[in-house]
Design a protein. Sequence first.
Length: 120
Amino acid sequence: MAYDDKLANRIRRTFGARRDIVERRMFGGLAFLYRGRMCCGIIGSDLMVRVADDEFAVVMRGRHTRPMDFTGRPLKGFVYVSPPGFRTTATLRTWLSRGERAAQAKVAGPGKGGSTRRTA
């Protein structure tokens, strides 16, 4: 499956020359990773965005969103946004910020790097 090159360029311009964001081909599309964690991507003409657990229900009530169901089952913590949902630069920037915040939380969150068991 191809991805929208124009959208990819819009995302690249929004992120700029940051070293903490890298691109990788994934899911038959293009993904953008923040410090190794996917924050957003493109599948076809849809924007794929990582969403924090506590924002997911609110995001799903919005227009132009649906659960990311790449394999036929929803992928927890990710949504697809259809093109009308990121038409303007401001709305695209809002979605990318949301994805970056969710990825930051995963990078810094518990469970990263092994056991969280305490020892006395």
